[in-house]
Design a protein around this ligand. Structure first.
Ligand code: ADP
Ligand code: MG
Length: 252
């Protein structure tokens, strides 16, 4: 079975979960049934992410991984990604916060589906690697630079845009040990502490996230302290940074 073919039964599953919820009506909303439905939806959500990641990797290997950029509102992307992780965060008692005034965030030149995959992956990691009672916060703001001067990015030299939207995903989780920090973007890499949590994972998420951000001519980096938490940052160029304000004219 190819990864593409796996999407069909997963979609069928999704339809039928929703239909069953409707057929059962109030029965599906109460007590034990509600709990079971939540678990089924969570498991389904994880399967979707897993297959999406595998599909992206397969496409990448075939050279068919396309990033189609158009004017994109990142706060919309964040909203979507947050919605799909809400259930899981609630179940794990991890508080989700967002701090952004959507009106002040300019349009970026991005592929909304791919960027949703990026934020989704970062949020999924943050929630997965944060113990109960912790907090995950997503923020958006405008910035002049592709990345802070201390961050090594091969995009810096060729950076053409002078303005970016910076997105950060901050958690109060297990953190990434110093000696593992240079490996997290590698294909299939999974940290010791991450594996020890018994959370499922392929080690593909951050590799894809970085690939997608590089194709957007942005940068990605993080800061982390073992036992205290991690913050991932990424930048995406805003549309037509020289026009003084967001325009609907996609470049490239
Ligand atoms: N928010 C985070 N907190 C702690 N560790 C993280 C976080 N995000 C990523 N990591 C580390 O980076 C590794 C790679 O992440 P990823 O590529 O998403 O793979 P996976 O989540 O499948 O393990 C993880 O196994 C973990 O060690
Ligand atoms: Mg992951």
């Amino acid at each position: 079975m190819t990864v593409q073919e796996m999407q069909v039964p997963i979609t069928t599953l999704s339809w039928n979960i929703e239909r069953l919820t409707r057929v059962l009506g109030d029965l599906a909303k109460a007590g034990e049934a509600a709990k079971l439905f939540r678990r089924i939806r969570d498991a389904h959500g994880r399967l979707v992410t897993l297959v999406e990641d595998m599909l992206s990797l397969a496409k990448l290997q075939e050279g068919a991984f396309v990033v189609a950029r158009r004017p994109t509102q990142l706060s919309e992307v964040v909203r979507k990604a947050l919605r799909s992780i809400e259930g899981e965060a609630l179940r794990r008692n991890v508080h989700l916060q967002r701090s952004a005034d959507p009106r002040k965030i300019p349009l970026t030149l991005g592929d909304p589906e791919r960027l949703t995959q990026v934020v989704g992956n970062l949020l999924s990691n943050a929630v997965k690697y944060t113990p109960r009672g912790g907090t995950v916060r997503v923020s958006l703001r405008q910035t002049q630079e592709i990345a802070p001067p201390t961050v090594v990015t091969r995009r810096r030299q060729e950076a053409t845009a002078s303005r970016y939207v910076l997105c950060s995903v901050e958690d109060t989780g297990i953190g990434i040990p110093k000696d593992e920090q240079q490996n997290v973007f590698q294909q299939f890499f999974r940290g010791r502490k991450a594996v020890a949590t018994n959370e499922g994972g392929t080690g593909l998420g951050l590799f894809l996230v970085r690939t997608i951000i590089e194709q957007h001519e942005g940068a990605i980096w993080f800061t982390s302290r073992e036992g205290y938490g991690t913050t991932f940052f990424f930048t995406v160029p805003i549309v037509n940074p020289y026009a003084g304000e967001a325009s609907t004219n996609p470049r490239r």
